[in-house]
Design a protein around this ligand. Structure first.
Ligand code: NAD
Length: 335
């Protein structure tokens, strides 16, 4: 099996590559990543000398680069590459359309041309919009994205669907809830709060802090994608979530508590525009049809994550200082 993983230098993609190379001793992985601010080859140090792993720096929207990779042989595509941060999408929506919509279409076209055996599109629960106090997102919940990020992901989801319906490309889509775990860029809630708390800096919390997200440990997401690769029925969408709904302020208090830091570090800031109130995933389909069960509950997962950030201070300090970008640029040139 030869996998093309896009966005493999990011948070989930890098965890996924390590997971797959370890679990499947014969699989080969090509990682196509543009190394934007979110891509970090430090995440892949443990696999960089593995003969079954190859890194190519390139943009998923660059047809020539993408076609060259497909021409060299790809069985399955696992497509993570995206602009992924909601706040950045509010400031720079055009970049999100370019990468998330047009980039995905470039990949789909190459997958069609070179007859890939499977195209897994990694999407998000955010495409469903926001929930009230009750109810959960199922795979048939209508798409109602509210941010430029989620709208661009929904746009890519619809294009993936069209390639299945129109051309019969063997696709699956996964829509996962919020991930957390090692190697997450410290602009996202959990690593940002851990890093700020460790530096005794204010912990910025949007609005009243009562927005709810459904949290999943990244390894459980990787395991779900693994199942979809091997057992997913073509054309199907699978929701992935760990039934771990927490308010943002609960998360922040948990982190402060575990680090022994005072709640006086919490600083409420003006709410994000269009901020979705609540996400919650119904993962019955992947549980019952593919036999998926998450291994980590939130209490153990958050402990492991905090310990990882405590033990890998150098990693996140380098990321925050921008030093790793200089390292990547020395190795691969400017993007
Ligand atoms: P990330 O921002 O950490 O990583 C994204 C990666 O994509 C980076 O390595 C970046 O360099 C690369 N990239 C960006 N633009 C590119 C381009 N034009 N060409 C090639 N590579 C490019 O993101 P993440 O948190 O690891 O998320 C990965 C995927 O999973 C995304 O598609 C995201 O929408 C989805 N997702 C994320 C979460 C979450 O909680 N993080 C939840 C559900 C779904």
């Amino acid at each position: 099996m030869r996998l093309l993983v896009t966005g493999g230098a990011g948070f989930i993609g890098s965890n996924f590559i390590s997971y797959m190379l370890t679990k499947y001793p014969t699989y080969e992985i090509v990682n196509l990543d543009a190394l934007t601010y979110a891509g970090n080859l430090d995440n892949l140090k443990a696999v960089e000398s593995n003969s079954r792993y190859r890194f190519i720096r390139g943009d998923i929207g660059d047809r020539r680069v993408v076609e060259d990779i497909f021409a060299s042989g790809v069985d399955t595509v696992v497509h993570f590459a995206a602009e992924s941060h909601v706040d950045r999408s509010i400031k720079e929506p055009d970049l999100f359309v370019r990468t998330n919509v047009l980039g995905t279409q470039t990949l789909l076209e190459a997958a069609r041309k070179y007859k890939a055996a499977k195209f897994i599109h990694v999407s998000t629960d955010e495409v469903y919009g926001t929930l009230g106090e009750t109810g959960l997102f199922s795979e048939s919940t209508p798409l109602a994205p509210n941010s430029p990020y989620s709208a661009s992901k929904a746009g890519s989801d619809l294009m993936v669907r069209a390639y299945y319906e129109t051309y019969g490309l063997p696709i699956n889509m996964t829509r996962c809830s919020n991930n957390y775990g090692p190697y997450q860029f410290p602009e996202k809630l959990i690593p940002l709060m851990i890093a700020n708390a460790l530096n005794d800096m204010p912990l910025p919390v949007y609005g009243d802090g009562l927005n709810i997200r459904d949290w999943l440990y990244v390894e459980d997401h990787c395991n779900a994608i693994d199942l979809v690769i091997h057992q997913g029925v073509n054309g199907e969408v699978y929701n992935i979530g760990g039934s771990n709904e927490r308010t943002n302020i609960q998360i922040v208090r948990t982190i402060l508590n575990q680090l022994g830091k005072p709640e006086s570090l919490i600083s409420y800031v003006r709410d994000r525009p269009g901020h979705d109130r609540r996400y919650g995933i119904d993962a019955t389909k992947i549980r019952s049809e593919l036999g998926w069960t998450p291994k980590h509950n939130f209490e153990s997962g958050i402990k492991e994550t905090i310990n990882w950030y405590l033990g890998n201070r150098e990693w996140w300090e380098r990321v925050r200082s921008g030093e790793y970008r200089q390292y990547d640029e020395r190795q691969y040139g400017k993007g």
